[in-house]
Write a protein that binds this ligand. Structure first.
Ligand code: 3HC
Length: 293
């Protein structure tokens, strides 16, 4: 019989983690959301409150729905509070050591049947699975930014993921009004493997002063019908995250298409991380804003 998912956990309340929490809470699930300290919890809460307030402002949610949604989210700084969840999605920064340690900790606190999922963009799910005593119940669950809007969820199966785990998570993703696709464990999975060569090329063209950022972006929006141009998209994803994704794919394949444009590393070092810090290729009204100034 298929598993039921009633309470889910999310670890990490950055841009992706907070978006994933919102997806779950919008579907009526109870969510336990964990972060490292009170300050990070508060940042995540603010993100969720801003996003739901915007939905209320646009007439997509009533104030009562928004209040109930937020009430379904419990926040914590202790992983022990994830003991009773049916599924955990990890969404901490893209560092293998950090994620591997976390998976070992989650394995120790979560009940033995719980599924442990990672939202990693490009790291190996197999590497995380083997840090646990339940490698068959570890899967990739990769959401896209902004998570409440983008329909795709990539489900990443390893050579040891149990088939019923894939089937149950696929059925669960569909109940979240997402479109799940299943892929084996390779860097970049499907979408990032195809997308990031293009984004990297745009950063290289910008770096070579080939065209202005506005014209590069306008070309792809108005010539190809993309919802946003590549440099604006890099700002949305995060320059540091984009650099890490490219670097991981380049290390695995040595395909020059994925050798990160030097400007991405320079911007990361300088703290120009995109929308989240208020400055990337563009400058924004404030951190996390989409308003370009
Ligand atoms: N959180 C929640 N909802 C958001 C949001 C956010 N950060 N940003 C926008 N929205 C919602 C709005 O509330 C609005 O909802 P409504 O239609 O129900 O009222 C809807 O999205 C449209 O928003 P806007 O009218 O403000 O803006 P746009 O129509 O310009 O859409 C966009 C904004 C959805 C970001 C659109 O430009 C887009 O789809 N861009 C491409 C994004 C993309 O390619 N994402 C994938 C990146 S790759 C990735 O994430 C993989 C990872 O591993 C790096």
């Amino acid at each position: 019989m298929a598993r039921e998912f009633r309470t889910v956990g999310v670890v990490g309340l950055g841009t992706m983690g907070a978006g994933i929490v919102e997806v779950f809470a919008r579907s009526g699930l109870h969510v336990v959301a964990a972060e490292v300290d009170d300050e990070a919890v508060q940042r995540g809460r603010t993100h969720l409150e801003t996003s739901t307030a915007r939905a209320v402002g646009r007439g997509k949610l009533t104030q009562q729905d928004a209040d109930e949604l937020l009430a379904r989210i419990a926040t914590t700084t202790s992983l022990a509070d994830l003991a009773d969840v049916d599924l955990v999605v990890e969404a901490v920064p893209e560092h293998l050591d950090l994620k591997a340690t976390l998976f070992a900790e989650l394995d120790a606190v979560c009940c033995p049947d719980a599924i442990l999922a990672s939202n990693t963009s490009s790291l190996s799910i197999t590497e995380l699975a083997v840090r646990t005593g339940r490698p068959g119940k570890v899967i990739g669950m990769h959401f896209f930014n902004p998570a409440p809007v983008q329909k795709l969820v990539e489900l990443v199966r390893t050579v040891v993921t149990e088939q019923d785990v894939v089937d149950d998570v696929r059925a669960f993703a569909a109940t979240l009004d997402k479109v799940p696709v299943v892929i084996g464990d390779r860097a970049g999975f499907i979408a990032n493997a195809l997308l990031f060569g293009y984004l990297n090329h745009a950063a290289q063209m910008y770096e070579a002063h080939y065209a202005s950022r506005e014209d590069l972006d306008a070309a792809m929006r108005y010539g190809c019908g993309y919802p946003m141009g590549p440099l604006a998209l890099l700002d949305l994803i995060g320059i540091d995250t984009s650099y890490e994704i490219l670097d991981t794919m380049y290390r695995e394949s040595r395909n020059l298409m994925h050798a990160p444009a030097p400007v991405l590393r320079q911007m990361t070092t300088a703290g120009l991380l995109g929308r989240k810090t208020g400055r990337g290729f563009y400058t924004y009204a404030k951190p996390h804003s989409s308003e370009v100034v």
